[in-house]
Design a protein around this ligand. Sequence first.
Ligand SMILES: [Fe+2]
Length: 361
Amino acid sequence: MANPEIDAVNQDFNRFDQVEKNHTYRLAESQADEFDAEYEIQTFDIGRYLHGNEADRQKFAEEFGTAVQEIGFSVLVGHDVDTSIYDEMNDRVEELFTTTAMQDKMRFRAARQGSVSQGYFPIKETSDIHPDLVEGWVWCRRAFDMPQQRSAPFRPEDFWPDEKYESIFRRLTTAHEALFKPVTQAMFQGLGCDPHLYDEKLTQTNFGLRLNYYPPLGEADNASGAGRLLGHEDVDLFTILPAPRVGGLQVWNHLNNKWVRLIAPPGSIIINTGDYMQRISNDRLPSTTHRVGKPLDGSHIDIPRISFPMAVYVWEDEILEVLPGLGEPHYEPIKAITFHTRSTSKFYGDDYAVESPPAGN
Ligand SMILES: [Fe+2]
């Protein structure tokens, strides 16, 4: 593992960026950071888009689209996901991390499959560039018994320390999959584009479910200056994050270079756009920086924090190209795996990037 620097800033690593990011921020929370208590990340009822008439849908797309174009984040209610799934997830994620033997976790140590590094990430090893005080686990579509192209029968033992977790976590991935197209359609409609441009790409598309288990912090780690999760932008179309029970999520407000503490109501979903979306929207939908710091209530000393964000991807061979109607493209078309792995080699090392031959070769 490389030498993670507690004081590092994002611009130390800007050679990996595949979309424009001009701001400078420290990866971990610092005394020098400024917080913005005024900015309100807006909440919308997506039921208006899922079940409304054409006028309801257009109004939702404009309002939601405008909010996300401004800050890259919003909160959704009325999403039709059975929120008992979130309660079950909280319990089972804690159980998975606290009862699975370390040797069983390490059998599934994260490695790249396609674009995404999948498997178990030990504490302080989520990335090479910062010692995040979190344990993580990532599964993509192939780890679930869901409809998909397979060359061989599904073998849960290839992915799961105990296959009961596959069926429990599949309730979440299946419920969230129903939102992939409507959320994308609303974003595209909000940009004035054809809402259905990605319908085909999003049919049985890839995703990454990441579980985060932030253990209570011991004295040494609490005093170290390391963050719970470093400042970063998501490398995906967008992320679906059920509101975590414990605070700590901070969102960069590019309008004033301050951090906004985001606490969403129980049962709601936080949506944020990622690098893929910034690229295809010609910088209209920003990939907004966020991180996890210590919660204001001091609970990081006593209780764990659990979150289970789900990243929405397109498959590796798809081409990411600026959508038609959004002006002179700021970017060349690029194969998704190249775009994704060039970006995330920031976290995993230069040899992570998968280059593809130029078009026509
Ligand atoms: Fe993130």
